[in-house]
Write a protein that binds this ligand. Structure first.
Ligand SMILES: [Zn+2]
Length: 267
């Protein structure tokens, strides 16, 4: 059990059946089944990537329909590769869905205890999903190398803790993202990771001044160090750069590409 593909009524997406059994709607979209053209072909859910807005809105409509959701059932953050996180409630439903002006600004992590779903956009960065069954809270964070280095996943954990949730009860899922197979970084960035994390289990030397970075493993090590039980972390080896049929990849596609959505909602 763990992450698996599901063919829905109109779209294919990645999800964890065990989480659904807890009453959580969560998943990660594939690039298939939408209306956008190359290089955003075809289910591009990112409104900020120079795709035609009418196509993105149609793609978002297809996803919401698959999820049985209305436009006002989800909220989106701005995503600036920062470490700010924010709680949202039902008054925030619909923010960022129809246009960029209404996103929750300067935010890369969202939490809620309301029925408003949380959504974020990805094309290589790690989607980190949080579910706290005791305080009935969910969260999602966008962790690229900057967010990982800035430990955004710990910021979300701290919020759950301050809301009365024990860290040991927290469930985490790390979704599809660029894998160590495809994520090459230079010496300078590797050194920053080594000094910030005081370990380097997620770095593999590839040659002079070149390393591969496993962002999922880096986030996993942070979460475990913070008190999350290893058995409470679901992960996947799905690499967004390796699988061009299902995923957009910022690195593979040279920066001009679409976005997949990650979502989580209490039902
Ligand atoms: Zn790969």
């Amino acid at each position: 059990m763990g992450w698996e593909w599901r063919q829905g009524s109109s779209l294919k997406y990645f999800t964890i059946p065990e989480w659904e059994a807890y009453g959580i709607q969560m998943g990660f979209s594939s690039r298939q089944g939408g209306v956008s053209d190359i290089p955003y072909k075809s289910l591009n859910l990112g409104l900020h990537v120079q795709d035609k807005p009418e196509n993105v809105l149609e793609d978002r409509k297809l996803l919401l329909s698959e999820l049985g959701a209305a436009w006002s059932d989800f909220a989106l953050g701005e995503q600036v590769h920062g470490t700010n996180v924010a709680w949202v409630g039902e008054e925030n439903g619909g923010r960022g869905l129809c246009n960029l002006d209404t996103v929750v600004q300067n935010i890369d992590g969202l939490l809620t205890q309301s029925l408003t779903g949380l959504m974020a956009m990805f094309a290589d960065c790690v989607p980190v999903y949080f579910y706290h069954p005791v305080i009935k809270a969910v969260g999602i964070a966008h962790a690229g190398w900057k967010g990982t280095l800035g430990k955004i996943c710990i910021r979300v954990l701290q919020e759950l803790f301050q809301a009365g949730g024990k860290i040991e009860d927290c469930l985490i899922a790390l979704g599809p993202s660029i894998g160590p197979c495809c994520y090459r970084i230079d010496q300078a960035l590797a050194e920053r990771f080594k000094s910030e994390f005081m370990q380097n289990c997620f770095l593999t030397p590839l040659g002079p001044g070149q390393f591969s970075l496993d962002l999922r493993k880096a986030n996993r090590s942070l979460l475990i160090k913070a008190g999350v039980k290893p058995d409470n972390i679901w992960t996947t080896l799905a690499c967004t750069a390796c699988n061009s049929e299902d995923f957009f990849s910022y690195r593979r596609d040279g920066g001009i590409t679409g976005r997949m959505a990650g979502w989580i909602r209490l039902l």
